[in-house]
Write a protein that binds this ligand. Structure first.
Ligand code: GDP
Ligand code: MG
Length: 176
């Protein structure tokens, strides 16, 4: 990424079933997995070249089933950037993100956090429950964090999401 930064640690969070694993696996392996064990929490690595600079991206795909709050705190502490995902087919999944961002802000003790907001499953047009404006107003409320509508299934905006958060991490490291 930059000279003194060999890897970017990204944590992907959000409610169950919103497509965290599908987005992660699509990004890392270029395939859509339609059935993925919702309890699996795993780390993935992918080498990225962004703006001409190589960077190893490490992604923690969370499952939200941590038995110990301390564990959740630990991975938020060690994460450098965050992807918060809801499903465009579930209004309820939007409401799960507020408490997650609050936890990140509390643990990092700052609101200046590399973060991307994602509304996934944009391919399921007929099942859409969340108007685009809901995402854009949440992004505004969070200080204009980038907001993407995406589809893990159709591979829409998948690379863009990860590149965005890595760019933010890089910019953040450069000034801190
Ligand atoms: P997670 O619990 O957030 O990790 O969600 P998963 O990645 O396991 O996905 C939950 C379900 O939604 C699975 O059945 C996936 O096939 C499906 N899914 C995930 N992303 C998409 C998408 O972009 N489009 C569609 N149509 N289905 C998706
Ligand atoms: Mg999962």
């Amino acid at each position: 990424c930059i000279a003194n930064m060999k890897e970017a640690r990204v944590v992907i969070m959000g409610g169950g079933g919103v497509g965290k694993s599908a987005l992660t696996v699509q990004f890392v392996r270029n395939v859509f997995v339609s059935t993925y064990d919702p309890t699996i929490e795993d780390t993935y690595r992918k080498m990225l070249v962004i703006d001409g600079q190589q960077c190893m991206v490490e992604i923690l795909d969370t499952a939200g089933t941590e038995q110990f709050l301390a564990l959740k705190e630990l991975y938020i502490k060690s994460g450098q950037g965050f992807i918060l995902v809801f499903s465009l087919t579930s209004l309820a999944s939007v409401n799960e993100l507020g408490p997650l961002r609050e936890a990140i802000v509390r643990i990092k003790d700052t609101t200046a956090i590399p973060l991307v907001l994602v509304g996934n499953k944009s391919d399921l047009r007929a099942d859409r429950q969340v108007p685009r404006e809901v995402g854009t107003s949440l992004s505004k409320a969070w200080g204009n964090v980038p907001f993407y509508e995406a589809s893990a299934r159709k591979r829409i905006n998948v690379d863009e999401i990860f590149a965005d958060v890595v760019r933010q991490i890089r910019a953040f490291q450069a000034i801190n």
